[in-house]
Design a protein around this ligand. Structure first.
Ligand SMILES: [Zn+2]
Ligand SMILES: [Zn+2]
Length: 381
């Protein structure tokens, strides 16, 4: 059996000081590819700020209480909650700290989650990529096992009932690339359940303190700067303490897996945004400690940004090969089914494929056109 990737490890109950006055606390999540999310507590004389307090719901809340007790903190000591980006495994506990303890909530000013007015805002992914081939994010057996545990099996027919009209995505709206919707992936079905639990977004926190690129926040007795890092989501931000060389990375740069890049984004070329964000953080001097949202702390931020970019370049190269193999314009789904393993097929794979094809189109090395039914076809070269 393949060794588990560190991002898949089950949440440890241990609290570790990973930098002076910064504690790593792992909260349980059970998503394909991910076994925990790191909540960081940044201690100061007024109490503590928390970064990314896990999924919504009582299990996470209990785990948060437990971790805080270990650190001799009370929930009322939490004066600030920071949310690196608008995925539910990162903002879950935030609203409770606001409601019950009057905490301030910090997120990027473009923070937006879920079933909003336009399709552009409906980021379908709930967490990081477990789809990639070049840099595999999950062992096939583990994934099958997780799917099993989640009570879902192949041939689960009523998953089809949602959004089954031609050209509709799992959320019921049309995909920008057209074509009939794929069967929603386990993750999407899970997200739908999360939505139900959330009461359609009721627990999405109200951001009391929106921030943007370059803003300075004092945390853990340090001066930390906001680095806006669009890509994984348009609202993703990281925190940088230049004096100590500490970098809080969210899902932007993870130790061994690549974050999902969705083609459905308010950004015209989300992959290019992601590359630019990787370059920007890769150039930060003097980084000693990178604190990711999943997996263990690491030190070589620059090398990791390069490796993630290489993974995407390989995928872009592979798209050229696939196009040559087809010898004709092909749909986003056709490309995605050549890029991804069968078990990853679905709207997430298509969405990420679309991001890559659009990137090539914007760079002038792919052409796209629609047929009469509105399905997009791409050809590279
Ligand atoms: Zn995440
Ligand atoms: Zn995420």
């Amino acid at each position: 059996m393949k060794p588990k990737r560190q991002e898949q490890e089950t949440a440890s109950t241990e609290v570790a000081e990973v930098a002076p006055n910064i504690l790593r606390m792992q909260l349980p999540i059970r998503l394909p590819g991910l076994g925990h999310v790191n909540m960081y507590a940044l201690l100061d004389k007024n109490g503590a700020a928390l970064i990314d307090p896990g999924l919504p719901g009582p299990v996470t809340w209990q785990a948060i209480q437990h971790r805080l007790r270990q650190a001799q903190l009370l929930p009322k000591d939490i004066h600030t909650v920071l949310i690196t980006h608008s995925h539910p495994d990162h903002f879950g506990g935030a609203q409770r700290f606001v409601k019950e303890f009057g905490a301030t909530v910090v997120a990027h000013r473009s923070f937006r989650f879920g079933l909003a007015k336009s399709i552009v805002e409906n980021q379908p992914e709930i967490s990081v990529d477990d789809l990639s081939d070049g840099e595999p994010t999950i062992a096939p057996n583990d994934r099958a096992e997780m799917t099993e545990r989640g009570g879902h099996h192949h041939g689960d027919k009523h998953a089809h009932s949602h959004g089954s009209s031609e050209g509709a995505g799992w959320w019921g709206g049309p995909t920008p690339w057209g074509g009939s919707p794929p069967r929603p992936s386990f993750r999407h079905r899970l997200l739908r359940r999360v939505y139900r639990v959330l009461g359609r977004g009721m627990n999405v926190p109200k951001i009391t303190h929106p921030v943007e690129q370059g803003d300075l926040i004092e945390l853990a007795g340090r001066e930390m700067f906001v680095q806006h890092t669009p890509g994984h989501t348009p609202d993703h931000f990281c925190l940088h303490d230049p004096e100590a060389g500490v970098f809080i990375a969210g899902d932007h740069v993870l130790p061994t897996i690549t974050p999902h890049i969705s083609g459905i984004s308010s950004s015209e070329d989300p992959l290019l945004s992601f590359f630019n964000s990787l370059d920007r953080v890769g150039e930060l001097p003097g980084i000693k400690q990178v604190l990711p949202a999943h997996g263990h702390p690491f030190s070589d931020l620059q090398a990791r940004t390069v490796a993630i970019k290489e993974h995407h370049y390989e995928r872009l190269e592979r798209i050229h090969e696939i196009s040559r193999e087809f010898g004709r314009p092909a749909s986003v789904r056709e490309y995605s089914q050549h890029l991804f393993r069968r078990r990853s097929w679905g709207s997430m794979a298509e969405s990420e494929t679309y991001a890559h094809l659009e990137h090539l189109r914007h760079a002038g090395s792919a052409q796209g056109h629609r047929d009469k039914r509105g399905v997009l076809y791409f050809e590279t070269g």
